[in-house]
Ligand binder design. Structure first.
Ligand SMILES: [Fe+2]
Ligand SMILES: [Fe+2]
Length: 168
């Protein structure tokens, strides 16, 4: 798989989540562009940024579906965890000197598209119903949820600013 082209069919209809998914796709494309660079230091930074952003997206998504009372929050979280383990393992091999950029890029791009299509789509109705229940104005609700979730995550993980990257 080469450059990821974002197509409207990949949007799940929750504005904030779609924005974060597009951003992950941008990171993956940056990794693709640099996959053959001889500059391992730069590559290491790009890999770390891609992984970090994806992890903060997962934390945000998990907190959101849990708050909305999604029935499969637990299994969804476990799918994320499995993916994190695989990515961390590849990242460790990179640090040990292996050439992993192509493998990591392939894995990330396949995984992202499949996960959005198959698993993320599953929570949309529950989250939207929850947002409607909280407020008739969906935009305002989304904004409020966003702020509350980030505050909660920062307190839980004691990582000030780490989650702010989701919105920068
Ligand atoms: Fe997910
Ligand atoms: Fe997601």
């Amino acid at each position: 798989m080469a450059i990821l082209n974002w197509v409207p069919a990949l949007n799940i209809g929750i504005e904030e989540i779609d924005r974060q998914h597009r951003r992950i796709a941008d990171y993956i494309n940056r990794l693709y562009a640099l996959r053959e660079t001889p500059d391992r230091k730069l590559l290491g930074v790009v890999i770390a940024e891609t992984v970090d952003y994806t992890l903060s997206h997962f934390a945000f998504e998990e907190a959101m579906i849990e708050e909305a009372g999604y029935m499969f929050s637990g299994p969804h979280k476990r799918v994320h965890e499995l993916f994190i383990r695989r990515v961390t393992e590849i990242q460790q091999r990179f640090e040990a000197g292996e050439d992993v950029a192509n493998e990591l890029h392939g894995m990330l791009s396949r995984w992202l598209f499949n996960h959005i299509r198959n698993e993320d789509r599953g929570y949309v109705d529950t989250v939207k119903a929850y947002q409607r229940m909280r407020n008739k104005n969906t935009k305002t609700t989304e904004q409020k949820m966003k702020e509350e979730i980030v505050k909660e995550l920062e307190e839980k993980h004691k990582r000030k600013g780490f989650f702010a990257r989701l919105f920068s």
